[in-house]
Ligand binder design. Structure first.
Ligand code: HGY
Ligand code: MN
Ligand code: MN
Length: 439
């Protein structure tokens, strides 16, 4: 079954346009204006293809083939449409557009088979259902917790997390869901579920799902450096995220001698470099640590900072390494703050364990890449993905395509057109193979 390359590229380019920051990359947070426009765009495609649409109270979307039936298992593909601030046009959107392209190609095949076209894959060969899934709040841009939508459908997050997670204005996830714009009468299509949230209601029944596949850009330098076209993901890294709040004594920047300062920002600076040093000191260089978000209070040039709040995330393919690194970092922060007589409060924000994806799928995809003569590599993912949550319950595979310059989460994020097409056609072939056997 051949995908429609032009249609795929036009969808990707259309999604790129739904951004709060057209002057600098793609910024599309879940539950925001541009998220709504992107949802409407995708759901109108689904409706035009005569598909079923299900949106749960966390706003995860599932789009099904019209021939899907409750007595068949489902092969699922998808990703996310939310982005980081000033991010790229492919992170998440590529996997969603790829999964949508597979859906439309399958729909066209079904119509051709029903019309007696002998070139179509016979309907009796398609033993399973097919669904596209779009997870909400994968990036964690609103609430600081990655893979929030998939953590709810897998029961990792429950009702209490609705009131624990807060956005930068202090609004809880529950409040943000309640505040979603009700679907106006003149809306061509309902883009949000308005059911009152009940954590129990959105748990997926994984017994009905045979396979989950996520197509994604690599977001790193490996495939490009080695001149390869595909990555078959082995392990998805785990991660821990903490929020650190350092409180010193605000004071006049001019009238306060250096010897009697309790400067929260100087303390934070020492902590940030200490975190980097702890990770770099380890010669087994798989672990990474990042301080990506920091705020200063009162953030005035002539006031000694009273408070600094920042996040630290540690990632690795081994959970014990993540834990021991994060504990070492926390101990060091407490020492630095005590020596400077600055108060140090630390809160755990989120975590996800590393996961090795399904062996049978990795082997199947390796065989296919070899048969098709596509240069590939089995590799780990330093980025986390919703597939990692679903992999706890269902056979799960991930496919990577190269990132130009190895860059992602920036406006420069890009992948060349041929690689974009190769990845989606490979997803199509892998989905079709999964659909041809019932279990
Ligand atoms: O942070 C990540 O790894 C993913 O892009 N959310
Ligand atoms: Mn992503
Ligand atoms: Mn991302």
């Amino acid at each position: 079954m051949k995908i429609n390359e032009k249609r795929l590229l036009s969808r990707l380019n259309a999604l790129k346009g739904f951004t709060d920051t057209p002057e600098k990359g793609v910024t599309r947070f879940s539950f925001g204006e541009d998220d709504a426009r992107a949802r409407e765009y995708i759901l109108e495609i689904a409706e035009a293809a005569d598909c079923t649409i299900d949106i749960d109270a966390l706003q995860n979307i599932r789009i099904g083939l019209k021939t899907n039936s409750p007595d068949k298992l489902t092969v699922m593909a998808g990703s996310h449409i939310d982005t980081v601030r000033h991010g790229g046009w492919l992170d998440g959107a590529y996997g969603v557009c790829g999964a949508l392209e597979v859906l439309e190609t399958l729909s066209e095949n079904i119509a051709a088979a029903e019309a007696g076209d002998e070139n179509a894959v016979p309907l009796e060969d398609l033993k399973t259902n097919y669904e596209v899934v779009i997870f909400a709040e994968e990036e964690g841009s609103n609430f600081g917790s990655t893979m929030t939508g998939s953590k709810f459908v897998t029961g990792i997050y429950k009702e209490a997390d609705l009131d624990r997670l807060r956005d930068s204005n202090g609004k809880t996830l529950r409040q943000r869901l309640i505040d979603l714009p009700l679907n106006d009468e003149d809306d061509s299509i309902d883009i949000y579920s308005v059911d009152y949230f009940d954590a129990g209601e959105i748990l997926w029944d994984f017994d009905n799902i045979k396979t989950m596949l996520e197509l994604h850009i690599e977001q790193g330098p490996v495939l490009e450096k080695e001149g390869l076209s595909l990555g078959i993901v082995d392990a998805i890294y785990g991660m821990k995220v903490i929020e650190v709040s350092l409180t010193g004594v605000g004071n006049h920047a001019g009238a306060t001698p250096m010897g009697i300062r309790y400067d929260a920002l100087c303390t934070a600076a020492e902590c940030v470099l200490a975190a980097e040093e702890i990770i770099k000191a380890d010669d087994d260089a798989t672990a990474v640590a990042t301080v990506g978000k920091l705020s200063v209070f009162p953030n005035c040039s002539n006031v000694i900072p009273e408070n600094v709040t920042f996040t630290v995330e540690v990632r690795d393919s081994d959970w014990h390494r993540i834990d021991s690194f994060m504990n070492a970092i926390i101990d060091k922060f407490r020492q630095i703050a005590a020596a400077r007589q600055v108060k140090c409060d630390i809160e755990e924000i989120s975590e996800s364990a590393p996961f090795y994806l399904t062996k049978r799928l990795k082997e199947d995809m390796e065989l296919r890449a070899k048969e098709l003569g596509i240069p590939y590599k089995v590799m780990d993912s330093g980025a986390v993905h919703d597939a990692c949550m679903i992999a706890n319950f269902v056979d799960t595979g991930m496919i990577f395509v190269p990132s130009i310059g190895g860059r992602s989460h920036v406006p420069e994020e890009n992948t060349n057109e041929q690689d974009i097409i190769t990845g989606v056609q490979f997803l199509m072939d892998t989905v079709l193979n999964e659909m041809k056997t019932e279990v």
